[in-house]
Design a protein around this ligand. Structure first.
Ligand code: GLA
Length: 387
């Protein structure tokens, strides 16, 4: 039992006066490369990490769902037969999954009690919401013997995010939380959802996240707009290449050839996405050769594209990446996740990790008068039952 799973178990017992049937661990995720490519049917390279949301759950004899958010010390109750959006945004992730499972034809035979919480920082680009959705779906499936296949769980979680949280997210976050494998990254083809694990276990290098503390609320941000801009790009290109379905079907060279046919912003979005899809494929070749240096260079290219062309960075994230330019111990750094705040991901020489973190904290404090929180993360298994 980790500290957090114990904390959630204790809270469950205090609030519901009984022992939970079992505990579920649903991890947050990192993404090594392949950003804003998932909803363009491209490739991504995420992994589950040792920061997770834990769920304690047990069935009830009536048809009431009782939820307790341990970290917020807040509760919510709903009828599993009449599920509606809540004004409590945290509750929507859990009731959304319950509702989407029912819509998919799974029978929720009883009510239930759930307490949840953990150490995936909120709004940091580590997909705490996908961890909540993935864990909830998995917990319900286990509790009621629904046997929901893992891919179906990921798709259900994604639908919950679309319909209950209002973010038109891709599949990457929930897929990673559910399919993670220790010491491996997942190359997911977001067009057909086929995937391959690549070992990512370099003793000489660690993965360090630097949390800018700038909170992003993707639903309120330009995320959905970026998606629409990509669709606008596809609509233009379709006039010339009727067979294309998404930016996955388009090369960077084709985007360049039609530069004058796009509005400038749409051109730059398409340039970034098509380049990034090609970059993920090339980055996997680097991994096959254990060439982490070449891999790291591509992370910097990704950041440049996200910042200049896709325009989802911010001054704090750009600063954190720029700070690493003259640090030999850093192979690659970039903003991670949807952007507009949250973390950068850095590949840092193991023996220099402590110094690196110290220097980053000092320079961030000096420049922004803000506290930088850094995490050294390990790659773990995906969602699982703990006992
Ligand atoms: C968020 C979304 C994902 C993905 C990333 C950007 O995390 O939830 O689906 O689009 O942004 O790569």
């Amino acid at each position: 039992m980790t500290i957090y799973s114990q904390k959630i178990t204790d809270a469950f017992q205090t609030v519901f006066s009984k022992i939970p049937s079992f505990i579920v661990r649903a991890p947050g995720r990192i993404n090594l490369i392949g950003e804003h490519t998932d909803y363009n049917e491209g490739f991504v390279l995420p992994a589950a990490i040792d920061k997770a949301i834990y769920f304690a759950i047990s069935p009830r004899t009536d048809r009431i769902g009782k939820l307790y958010a341990v970290d917020l010390n807040d509760s919510y109750e709903f009828s599993v037969d009449a599920i509606q959006k809540s004004s409590k945004s945290w509750a929507n992730y859990l009731i959304g999954v319950t509702s989407e499972l029912r819509t998919a034809g799974y029978v929720i035979p009883n009510g239930f009690e759930v307490a949840f919480g953990g150490d995936v920082p909120n709004g940091a680009g580590l997909s705490s919401s996908a961890a909540v959705e993935s864990g909830m779906g998995f917990a319900l499936s286990e509790l009621f013997g629904l046997k929901v296949p893992r891919l179906e769980l990921a798709l259900t979680a994604q639908r919950a995010e679309h319909h209950f949280a209002g973010l038109q997210c891709g599949i990457m976050d929930m897929f990673a939380s559910i399919h993670g494998k220790a010491h491996s990254v997942i190359r997911l083809d977001c067009r057909d959802l086929s995937y391959e694990y690549f070992p990512f276990n370099f003793v000489n290098y660690q993965l360090v996240l630097c949390n800018s503390g700038v909170k992003h609320t993707l639903a309120d941000s330009a995320y959905n707009t970026r998606r629409q801009e990509c669709e606008a790009g596809v609509a233009i290109l379709k006039q010339f290449y009727p067979h294309i379905h998404s930016l996955r079907d388009v090369s960077l060279a084709q985007v360049e050839a039609h530069r004058t046919d796009f509005f400038e912003n749409v051109y730059r979005r398409c340039r970034y996405v098509t380049g990034e899809i090609e970059r993920v494929v090339a980055a996997c070749e680097d991994l096959k050769r254990d060439d982490l240096e070449a891999f790291g260079k591509k992370m910097y290219e990704t950041h440049e594209g996200l910042s200049k062309d896709y325009e989802v960075s911010c001054v704090e994230l750009d600063f954190l990446v720029e700070q690493t330019f003259d640090k030999e111990e850093v192979l690659g750094a970039r903003l991670m996740g949807g952007g507009f705040g949250g973390c950068t991901i850095n590949i840092v020489k193991t023996e220099k990790v402590t110094d690196f973190i110290q220097q980053m904290i000092v320079s961030y404090q000096h420049h922004f008068n803000r506290k930088l929180v850094c995490h050294v993360v390990k790659i773990t298994e995906g969602v699982e039952k703990l006992n």
